[in-house]
Design a protein around this ligand. Structure first.
Ligand code: SF4
Length: 61
């Protein structure tokens, strides 16, 4: 299982992670909140990690 985390101090609420992985991320009060903290196959989460403009997302396998 991969662990998904978002550093709220870095997140600027751009919504890119939500567009890529709507089941995993959700914007609440302009910050991304992780809905699914553990994911078996983190394909879209890894895309989100790479696409985040401020490197706020960590996918730990
Ligand atoms: S892609 Fe990064 S900065 Fe944008 S909402 Fe997601 S965590 Fe925040």
């Amino acid at each position: 299982m991969a662990k998904i985390t978002v550093d709220k101090t870095k997140c600027i609420g751009c919504g890119s992670c939500v567009a890529l992985c709507p089941n995993t991320f959700k914007i609440v009060n302009n910050k991304s909140v992780v809905q699914k903290k553990e994911v078996k196959n983190p394909a879209c989460e890894k895309n989100a990690e790479a696409s985040c403009p401020v490197q706020a997302i960590t996918v730990k396998e």
